[in-house]
Design a binder for this molecule. Structure first.
Ligand SMILES: Cc1ncc(COP(=O)(O)O)c(C=O)c1O
Length: 391
């Protein structure tokens, strides 16, 4: 069999491979991006499932519209109108099978082979892969603690004025946990508005804010002429339902719908009505609050363990929300080598090189703190500390 070139371009994910390892006895994994199971409203959903079959009957199991169920799109439009302070209607909402499908759809509508696209670096591994499948020329945008470095972004746009899009994760980023400052967002938005290169802002973690000021989204600061906004219900509800959405101008949504039709016809109707009825009966806020309480505690336990058990030469970024913490082993270190040693000692994380656009050595690594018990966070960090002493 002769496979397409793209099958060679796409790197396999450490995390995916590790998901099979995670079950191993004694392995403590900070590798995956899994939400805490305590955040899934299982009991409430049992009742809702019964109601759904009573109220919707066969309709919950039938084919549905590619755009998604109208009532849910309306609800998502209303929630986001409040969130971003800008009027959004249901025709500007497409329900996708997770935020991941939104990335694939956008790659499909925007990228022809050889087109330039901009991506902040490091960034979400599966966004790199989703876009790579369409053979773009990917240009990295440097970031610091406050967001994209404006000088570097401007230079990239001068070099690649025809760039088709820029992809950013501005809140509690995957993998670094960093969030963009307001002034930086404003400056970056101005560069994009001037150049006409649209921003795709991917915001699956934005609601998981532990502390600090809420910074408005790019959509709130700008408008749909320059911003496409992506949301997901995976981190605030249940990832297994596979529900996400795209908010964009109607003309963009229409193109997306055409592409989605040939991908999966539509997102699961059953998942959509479960979410619809859950929001109607419970709202999302209480569950988000519960998740935030759990995650903030886990973040604090991890940070205390880092202070207690890792050498002072290691630096880290304290996330103000989200699910990830970025640890830097220091100059000259290769976290990939450390990763191999750590696996032998039954502790897992994702080596930083996985999140870069091109091959390189990284001294950074990503730790997930949401899917490990409080006790195991301490044991896992202790293990990392003793490996560091000998590696
Ligand atoms: C930044 C980012 N975007 C999108 C996704 C995809 O999530 P989902 O498809 O579950 O919505 C993830 C998952 O971890 C992510 O971290």
């Amino acid at each position: 069999m002769k496979f397409a070139k793209r099958t060679e371009l796409i790197k396999s994910s450490d995390t995916r491979e590790l998901l099979s390892i995670i079950g191993f006895d004694e392995m403590i994994s900070f590798a995956g991006g899994l939400p805490a199971k305590e955040g899934f409203p299982v009991e409430e959903l049992k009742g809702i499932a019964a109601d759904v079959f009573d109220r919707y009957g066969y309709r919950a199991l039938q084919y549905g519209p590619t755009e998604g169920i109208k009532e849910l799109r309306k609800m998502i439009a209303e929630i986001n109108t409040k969130k971003h302070g800008t009027l959004i209607n249901e025709n500007q909402v497409l329900i996708t099978s997770g935020g991941q499908q939104a990335l694939d759809i956008l790659g499909k509508i925007f990228i022809d082979e050889g087109d330039s696209i901009l991506m902040e670096e490091p960034t979400y591994f599966s966004a790199i892969n989703a876009f790579k499948a369409y053979y773009p020329h990917i240009v990295g945008v440097e970031t610091d603690l406050e967001g994209a470095v404006v000088g570097n972004l401007k230079a990239s746009i001068v070099d690649y004025p025809e760039a088709k899009l820029a992809y950013y994760i501005p809140d509690y980023q995957n993998p670094t946990g960093k969030s963009w400052e307001l002034t930086r967002k404003e400056a970056v938005l101005r560069v994009h508005q001037k150049s006409g290169v649209p921003i795709i802002e991917d915001c699956p973690y934005s609601d998981l804010q532990f502390e600090g000021e809420k910074v408005p989204s790019f959509l709130a600061l700008g408008n749909m002429k320059s911003v496409i906004h992506l949301g997901s219900f995976s981190k605030v509800f249940c990832p297994g339902f596979r529900l996400g959405y795209i908010i964009a101008e109607e003309a963009v949504i229409k193109k997306c719908v055409l592409m989605k039709q040939s991908m999966d016809l539509h997102t699961s109707n059953f998942s959509q009505v479960m979410l619809l009825e859950y929001i109607k009966t419970h709202g999302l806020e209480a569950n988000i609050k519960k998740i935030i309480t759990i995650y903030k505690k886990k973040r604090d336990i991890m940070i205390q363990a880092i202070k207690d058990y890792l050498p002072g030469s290691v630096t880290y970024h304290k996330p103000k929300g989200g699910m990830f913490l970025w640890l830097d082993l220091g100059k000259g270190h290769d976290s990939r080598k450390f990763y191999k040693k750590a696996l032998e000692e039954k502790v897992a994380f994702v080596a930083g090189d996985a999140f870069y656009l091109h091959e390189r050595v990284s001294s950074g690594l990503r730790l997930n703190y949401t899917n490990t018990s409080d006790e195991d966070i301490i044991v896992g960090i202790k293990r990392l500390g003793s490996i560091m002493a000998t590696y």
